[in-house]
Each structure stands twice: as C-alpha cells, then as structure tokens.
Design a protein around this ligand. Structure first.
Ligand code: 5AD
Ligand code: SF4
Length: 470
C-alpha cells in the first residue's frame, strides 16, 4: 500500500448520493410517515464531527431526526475505543437496542466509529449482537450510503471493517447542530503510535485536507454566521506534511486568520513534540485565533514519556510552555494525563503532580491507564494495583481542582468578553458562554444574546466555571 493519500473523486461521491436517493425511495415506499433516524455519539470531537457527516447523509436519505430510538427507522451508534470504559458503555447501549429490534423488526441498527474498526469487536457483534445490521469503521464513513443500501437491498448484515486505504472526502453533506459553533476536520489519522493508544490502528495514517478546501469551508461558515470554529485533527501540528505543496499548521492558521468577520478559531489536539515557537508566535499574532492551547503532556516523568513513545522530555515540554506563556500572557492551557502507565512508580506519578503544580493548567483531563489490545503498552508488565493507581489519580485530581479554583478566582471582579453559546436550563444562571480562552461562564441575561459576543463582569467562580452578569 503506498503512503499517498487517496482523494475520493467527485464521481464516487455522486454515486454515494444516488444510494441516498435509492434508500429514500425504499423508506418512503415502505412506510406512511417521514423516515426518522436516531443517532448517538461517544468520544471525542472528531466523532462529533463524523456524526454530523452521518446526519448529513441521513438527511439526504429523507430522514428527520428523533431522540427516541423506538420511533426510529435507522439507528446509528458512533463509538469510541480510547479506553475500556468507553467500550463497556457502548456494549451496554447496543445490548439494550435488542428491545427496539424486538418491537420494531424493520429498524436498521448501525454501529460505526473507532470501536467498530476493531476486528475483535466486529466478531463479538457478529456473534453476540445479532440485532446489529451494519458495522463500519471511520475509514469507511463516506461509503455509509452504499453499505446501508446493501443492508436494505440484500436483506443481510453488512460488516465493513477491512483496513481501507486512508482517504480524504470533500463535499459530503453535513448537518451542523448549532448555528454558533462548528467543527472542521483539517486532517485525519495519526502516525505517532504512542505506546498506549489505539487511535493509529483504527483511524489509519495521517492525511491532510488541501488548504483551499479548509479555507473555503471556514469562509462559508463565517459567512453563515458561525462564531466559533474548531479545527480538528489527532495531531494538528503535523498538518500538511503529506501535501503535494507542503504547508505547516502555523501557515494554515495565518491564512485562515485573514478571513474577515467576527469569529474565533480554536484547534485541537497538539502534540508537544511538534508544537513550537512558530506556532505560539502565530497564535499570539493572529487576532482570530483563541489564546487557548490543549497540549497533552500525559506524564511528568521523562522515563515514562520515553516508554510512552512521546518523543519529548519533561524539560523540553516545560520549556515550550514557558515560551508559549511568555508570548501569550493570558493563555489558557489544558492537558491530558495518564496515571498508572505500566511500570510507573509512585515517585514517577508524583513527578506528574509536580509538573502540574509548576505549569498550573487551567483544566486537566486525567485518566487511569487502560490497556488497549494490540498496542505495545498492553503487553508491558503492569504490577501496580488499580487501588494504588486510584490513590495517585486522586492526589493529582485534588491538586488540579485546587489550581483550577485558584485560577478561576483571579477572574472575579474582571470584565471578560464571552460568546453566549446556549441556554443552560438553570433558572439562576440561564445562559452558558465561553471566554476567548474557552473557560465556561454561567450567565445572567436574556436568551436573545445566544450567538453573540458580550462583555460580562465575573461575579463568582468555582473549580469548574465562572459566573457572570452582562
Ligand atoms: N488509557 C488511558 N488513557 C488513554 N488515553 C489515550 N489512550 C489511553 C489509554 N490506553 C488518553 C490520553 C489522550 C486522551 C484523549 O485519552 O491522555 O490524550
Ligand atoms: Fe494517540 Fe498519540 Fe496519536 Fe494522540 S498522538 S491519537 S495519543 S497515538
């Protein structure tokens, strides 16, 4: 298989759209109501973005959307494989769907996403979850109409999980659930093979969209009134390496920043080995780019980082953070941590604790190591008990909660600019909003403000959020 990214031709996309037409006609011929689809999404923002594409295709099939699986003609569960817990939850959910199938035997149940790309999962579904009709991985996403058509026309279960050539598809329909915030994938896949991570096995090799395609998508979103656009990739900092005319992520950000309008650009995720001074200088210079950086460190121990195959050290990471903060004094910095990597000692876990004390992240996503079958870390000796890891985990979480509360308290009394992104359902603080740095602000104000930027005075705070008045 060559490394060259395969770009799906327009004729192929047109062919998929014809399958949508066929399915629409089939559904209308077999029922007296508008067909309805129920979708459920687990995992990261990339999955949310993928689900919006799936919904786009479902809409082309004539479907409306329902929150009730029992009222649906088509059910799609988009899954995550990053940790064992995520998989257990999904098996629980698909187990429950057997009751839907018993009641409505014509409902077609589809399983997609990262879990579905794994052979072991497909086998388990094939044998033990016989009510699931269609299983396909993220790499076959663009062929969803064709696969679903096979289910309908051949009245058989379809499994499409072969390791496909990683591809890029432009011009597929999309349903954006909010008119304020949008996700734009700029690249797919990952080449890093961190030793604990399943992603490179299920999402394939890195491949970048052409800058022109990204720019025209962002431009259209801004023209449609979207205010916050998040660029997505497993590691956005390796954007462009595979393009015919190579371009790096910082250059892409600079070009997007030229698009006129009132909007903010966010991005995730950055790998510390590839994020450097050029990126931080570009972020500092570009007015549309949020001063927010999610820079997962995973561990504060250089020995553990090496075992994780992360390709940076504690010192080189801290150096980058120092530089980023020096050019962006109000930078909001967040990170991911894995506690209890195989062979990690208590002293090494405490190095992670000391790193978070030194960096003072605004927020942290902390996980206990979960062995993923097929990854190198799953083969490593892991002598520390779950209970002991839990103790380390709690010490890290407690420290971070204290730091987050301290940093949030510094906002009280200040005026900050926020984007009001929705209603919260809470009587006391009816609106929810985000600062430019991405901090959550519960807000007193009128629902007419949704979708607008406003200046608010921060009146209170806790570990998780700020509270403000317009
Ligand atoms: N176990 C625990 N956490 C993991 N992550 C990725 N793989 C694993 C695993 N096997 C975490 C990392 C990553 C985040 C998305 O999930 O911290 O940055
Ligand atoms: Fe997984 Fe590492 Fe790739 Fe992130 S960079 S998706 S942690 S392999």
């Amino acid at each position: 298989m060559s490394d060259k990214t395969q770009r799906i031709r327009q004729s192929e996309i047109d062919r998929q759209m014809r399958f949508c037409d066929e399915i629409r006609e089939h559904l209308l011929a077999h029922s007296d109501h508008q067909p309805l689809a129920y979708t459920q999404t687990y995992g990261c923002q990339q999955n949310v973005a993928d689900s919006q594409r799936i919904m786009g295709m479902l809409r082309e099939m004539g479907c409306g959307f329902t929150q009730d699986p029992y009222g649906a003609d088509i059910i799609v569960v988009n899954t995550c494989a990053i940790r064992e817990n995520a998989e257990k939850k999904v098996f629980g959910v698909i187990g429950q769907l057997v009751h839907v199938k018993e009641k409505n035997p014509d409902t077609v149940i589809c399983l997609c996403g990262c879990m579905a790309q794994q052979e072991v999962v497909a086998k388990k579904v094939k044998n033990s979850y016989r009510h699931v009709d269609l299983v396909f991985g993220p790499q076959a996403l663009w062929r969803f109409p064709e696969l679903l058509y096979e289910v309908y026309s051949q009245r058989r279960r379809v499994f499409s999980i072969q390791d496909e050539h990683g591809s890029i598809t432009e011009g597929m329909p999309v349903v954006r659930e909010s008119g304020v915030k949008a996700w734009v994938s700029i690249m797919y896949g990952c080449n890093n093979f961190c030793s604990y991570c399943i992603v490179p096995y299920v999402r394939g090799r890195e491949r970048s969209r052409e800058p022109e395609d990204i720019l025209s998508e962002v431009r259209a979103l801004v023209e449609d009134g979207f205010k916050e656009i998040t660029l997505l990739g497993q590691n956005v900092n390796s954007y462009g390496k595979d393009l015919d005319r190579p371009m790096d992520f910082a250059d892409l950000l600079s070009e997007i920043d030229q698009i006129p309008g009132e909007y903010l650009i966010r991005f995730m995720t950055s790998h510390p080995k590839d994020a450097g001074e050029k990126l931080f200088d570009t972020m500092a210079r570009c007015g549309h780019v949020a001063k927010q950086l999610h820079l997962p460190v995973q561990s504060g121990s250089s020995r553990v980082l090496k075992a994780m195959n992360r390709k940076y050290t504690r010192e080189s990471y801290l150096e980058k953070v120092r530089y980023a903060k020096s050019v962006m004094p109000d930078l909001v910095l967040t990170s991911d941590i894995i506690v209890g990597f195989p062979g990690e000692t208590e002293a090494e876990a405490m190095e992670t604790l000391s790193l978070i004390e030194e960096v003072r992240y605004d927020a942290l996503f902390t996980f206990i190591f979960s062995p993923r079958p097929g990854t190198p870390a799953a083969q490593m000796a892991d002598p520390v008990s779950r209970a002991e890891k839990q103790v380390w985990f709690e010490r890290i979480v407690d420290a971070q909660n204290r730091i987050s509360a301290e940093l949030h308290r510094e906002y009280v009394g200040r005026t900050v600019r926020v984007l009001v992104d929705g209603e919260s359902g809470d009587m006391a603080w009816p609106l929810s909003s985000r600062t430019h740095g991405g901090r959550l602000v519960h807000l007193k104000g009128d629902a007419a403000l949704v979708g607008r930027y406003v200046d608010v005075r921060v009146v209170d705070s806790n570990t998780w959020a700020l509270f403000g008045e317009v």
